[in-house]
Design a protein around this ligand. Sequence first.
Ligand code: FES
Length: 178
Amino acid sequence: MKNSSRRGFMGKAFGAVAGVGAVASLYAMKKTWDPLPSVKAAGFTTLDMSAYEGNKLVTEKWRGKPVFVLKYTPDMVKKAESDPKMKARSIKVGNDYYMITLGLCTHLGCIPSYDADDHSFLCACHGGTYDFSGDVTKAPPPRGLDIPPFKIDGMKVVLGEEGPEYKKMLQDGVTLAV
Ligand code: FES
């Protein structure tokens, strides 16, 4: 009797532990299946542009380097459209505009931080600033944040491929080749 109630208790305890384990592994599996905003493969990073939110900076990775992705809000679109330099740096995918740049200051390579209230970047190393399109607004950075090679493919952007929009930016001197 004593033995059988102990078995009963052990059985329940084991069942509870197994249950927790099963939930944990289901959670891990779900995380694996959930779509990611970016997928990396052999020098290319594919970004799903529908996964980004307005004025929320996301740092992706391309060839080991940080890449800033910032989707514009309607107010930011208005501002960028009224400024030819900002417009030239902005990337239109579907009906939305984005900043996609390397997240490395063009002065000495520090990582600037984004102030979402001011819509600007500050590089704390030597006080350089950039607007939300990545154009430099205060020295010492010698130029705006560099734009990595990109190709627009529907609502996706492939970093590492040179599409016509990127080639035009290079031709117009909007960015240097990286
Ligand atoms: Fe950014 Fe010097 S490294 S201002």
